[in-house]
Design a protein around this ligand. Sequence first.
Ligand SMILES: Cc1cc2nc3c(=O)[nH]c(=O)nc-3n(C[C@H](O)[C@H](O)[C@H](O)COP(=O)(O)OP(=O)(O)OC[C@H]3O[C@@H](n4cnc5c(N)ncnc54)[C@H](O)[C@@H]3O)c2cc1C
Length: 474
Amino acid sequence: MPTQLIWFRQDLRIHDHSALWHATQQENQCIALVILSPKQWQAHHDASCKINFYLRQLTILKQQLSEKNIPLIITVVDWWKDIPEHIQTLTEQLSVQHVYANAQYPIHEKQRDDATQELLSKHGKELHIFQDHTLFPAKSIRTQSNLPYKVFTPFKKTCFERLQHGLPTCYPDIEIQEKVNVPTHIQHVDLDEILTQYKVSEQIVNLWPVGHTVAQEKLDDFIQTSVKQYKDSRDFPSIQGTSQLSAYLNIGIISVRQCVQALFKPNHGEFVLNHQGVETWLTELIWREFYQHMMIDFPKVSKSQPFKDETKHLAWRDAPHDFEKWTQGQTGIPIVDAGMRQLQQTGWMHNRVRMICAMFLTKNLLIDWREGERWFMQHLIDGEFAANNGGWQWSASTGTDSAPYFRIFNPVTQSERFDAEGTYIKQWVPELASLSSKQIHAPYSSKVSHIEYPHPIVDLKSSRVRAIEAFKNL
Ligand SMILES: Cc1cc2nc3c(=O)[nH]c(=O)nc-3n(C[C@H](O)[C@H](O)[C@H](O)COP(=O)(O)OP(=O)(O)OC[C@H]3O[C@@H](n4cnc5c(N)ncnc54)[C@H](O)[C@@H]3O)c2cc1C
């Protein structure tokens, strides 16, 4: 029987998988493909912990596919520019006419897929692309004038209206197919060997277990026990008040459709916003959607450019020493240092603290947001271009619908408000553990002398004025 390929990328699961489901509805038998691209990952600043997470999930995917009699071929092609040729060769070797995959929207991914499609079609073959990573297809959320939105609130309103008309349904599970053998001359790579190149700490492996079951349990648990308190607890970094699903959503261990379905399951799948927690969490999923659609509609954000053109000329400071202190959690501002150390040790940082750290870098230190964006990407287990770029451009006031440049977070006030007892700070900056809840947010101004902790590397008041002036001068 003829075979066809399913090319897995940012969608490492077998449940509710658009391309996999469509492929299995055909007569042909399926062979799965994953292409690893270490040099491309490096060029995209992907964190080792994220790659390790991806590879660990791949071992599970391989097992799950084999239970459906779908063999998985794993190959290495360092650069995406070489992928079209690679796939063309593979389709020749396997006598495959059709390749199935889910759409990826970042610019390089899109270029790679377009080139693959073109080459395959020259040889009379087809690459079928399905929408999967977002709730709504690319370019489908439009203003009344049929233009893309640039502001979040009306974008969200339109998304909510669409959801009211019907929630996106999940694809059914796939059947077990008849056994298919991969010809022996097809080269595979040894996953375990590749994994050894992306070693991470035990702490990270234990914090971020892989598998669809793990992600589904996290989701169900969050909906059952935490979503109702989400609105009130989501901003407090010492509480586990958020779902911690971002890393799972990012590489597609779970789908965003599954998240929305789980959210409305208690209402028997009806779109009823009967609780503020439900509405707030859905709003966060729409923020994810918003940044994906921004990336699709405004490709300049993928080219290291700010969304607001006038901010191209901002006089960022060249301050490598300050940048180094920020990355190492040695700025002398406890909440910032706590966040930056949490990131290094766990591959994750609480959203409120991400905003505080990003604003401190771009406003108080007046360092280019692109430097911070890169550092986050190099360390986040959930590193994802659209959300990361969106978060950074929001904080730097260079993005669409971003924080106004004159509204600069004071990290000490933020700390007093969102970590009043200093519980979060004490966890990540243990040298401050002996301080009282009054002293801990600004040990220097409290004139605490018995601790070994740096003085603030910048004066918060004057640096705030400096940032506002820099923006005013544009
Ligand atoms: C400077 C900065 C950088 C960021 N970088 C990333 C990144 O690389 N990858 C990433 O997934 N998120 C990023 N975020 C968004 C947000 O911080 C994380 O999605 C969130 O902390 C993940 O935790 P959670 O899964 O518990 O989220 P929850 O609060 O449970 O939210 C549910 C889901 O909604 C999505 N989401 C929530 N908030 C946002 C947001 N502001 N923007 C886009 N999507 C959101 C995520 O997929 C998240 O898993 C960034 C935010 C900032 C301010």
